[in-house]
Design a protein. Structure first.
Length: 386
């Protein structure tokens, strides 16, 4: 309902209905007569209990006595005495007001807002925000597609083989890296100049480094390599057997590599700064680094259930478990201000918003928001510092 409709409705409520005054007078006469003829009570009744029948009788008499005002007063009575529960707030409305979360489901990718609204932006199996949140890039079979948050398609790249792991460059977003099978490719942020960078890439999303130039790190069997996208020149290679997730810190000073049992932190030249062992229970599946570059959140799933571990990247503190529950976690995202962590807990059909000082805000029944066919919405990203 827009502002004009709300104002019109308010004016109609304030204006007397035809015959309302006469109807009110007749109703009062009926109630007063009924009250005068009632038998005196033999035992004391608490005031609250005595008022209830009187109010109900007045309401019934009012409804029966009115003529032109009857329908409107009937609606008024229904609103106030109905036993129907008030409609529940959408689960997504419990997000912060300025939130823009990218969610993935069987029905595709959705942009979810903090006011509870959502919009399907494409039939994507994987998707990612552009650096300032002006676009979403996603893959669907052999197609790489860029759309606006409103779902308007901007460009499409079609390749012979299946595509995966899209990654939009930082800063002004001049490039998008992606995988075609085991081939690492890059295309301009306008959908032009698609080209091959490397062969033999592993199924890991490439990571762009912030700062000058266009520097990209990707995984290959047994190693990670960092290269200059403009020239194709290799900058350095580091032996890593089990790289599952790659992510540069926002300032480009550290590269964080998630393995199955440990997290490694490298400097900008590929030198190992520290290796942090993860809890023995479970297998690491996902990792996100906060915008400040101080912490990484790691999800671990196993027979004992799901855990989310917060790992300080600067050393001095040990990893700590910030969530533990049955089933599996499918999706993590830091808020742009690095104060909250969004956790997608599949088996409880909840998104959990983990805040400062251990505060938890559950968003229950999130599958209902997208419809039964879509299933559980996985968290793919939280945008954005613009």
């Amino acid at each position: 309902m827009n502002a004009a409709e709300r104002e019109l409705r308010q004016r109609l409520r304030e204006r007397p209905l035809p015959g309302e005054t006469a109807a009110r007078r007749r109703a009062w006469e009926v109630v007063a007569t009924a009250h005068a003829q009632r038998a005196p009570a033999r035992r004391r009744v608490r005031p609250a209990l005595r008022l209830a029948p009187a109010v109900a009788a007045a309401a019934v008499a009012l409804a029966l006595a009115v003529t032109p005002a009857g329908p409107a007063l009937g609606d008024w009575l229904e609103e106030r005495f109905s036993s129907e529960p008030a409609p529940a707030r959408p689960a997504f409305a419990r997000l912060p007001d300025d939130a823009s979360v990218l969610a993935l489901s069987r029905a595709g990718a959705y942009v979810v807002r903090g006011d509870g609204s959502l919009r399907r932006v494409g039939a994507f199996s994987e998707a990612e925000w552009s650096p300032r949140g002006l676009h979403v890039v996603g893959v669907s079979g052999r197609r790489l597609v860029a759309v606006t948050p409103a779902g308007v398609q901007k460009w499409t790249v079609v390749r012979p083989a299946r595509l995966s792991h899209p990654a939009w460059s930082l800063g002004l977003g001049y490039f998008v890296a992606y995988l075609e099978g085991t081939r690492l490719r890059v295309v301009g942020g306008n959908g032009q100049d698609d080209r091959l960078l490397r062969r033999g890439a592993a199924a890991v999303t490439p990571a762009w480094r912030a700062g000058p130039g266009y520097v990209l790190t990707y995984a290959r069997p047994g190693a990670v390599e960092t290269l200059d996208v403009l020239t194709g020149r290799s900058l350095w290679v580091r032996r890593v057997r089990d790289a599952k997730v790659l992510e540069w810190s926002r300032r480009g000073h550290r590269l964080v590599i998630l393995g199955e049992r440990a997290l490694r932190v490298l400097d900008g030249r590929g030198r190992l700064l520290r290796r942090l062992a993860l809890p023995a229970a479970g297998r690491a599946t996902e990792m996100v680094v906060d915008a400040a570059g101080r912490r990484a959140a790691v999800s671990m799933n196993g027979r004992g259930g799901a855990r989310v571990v917060e790992v300080p990247l600067g050393g001095g503190s040990r990893p700590r478990v910030v969530f533990s529950g049955a089933g599996a976690v499918e999706g993590l995202a830091w808020s742009p201000d690095a104060r909250r962590l969004l956790v997608a807990w599949r088996d409880a059909d909840q998104w959990l918003l983990l805040g400062p000082r251990g505060r938890v805000r559950p968003l229950g029944g999130v599958s209902r928001e997208l419809g039964r066919a879509a299933g559980f919405p996985r968290v793919a990203g939280w945008c954005c510092s613009r």
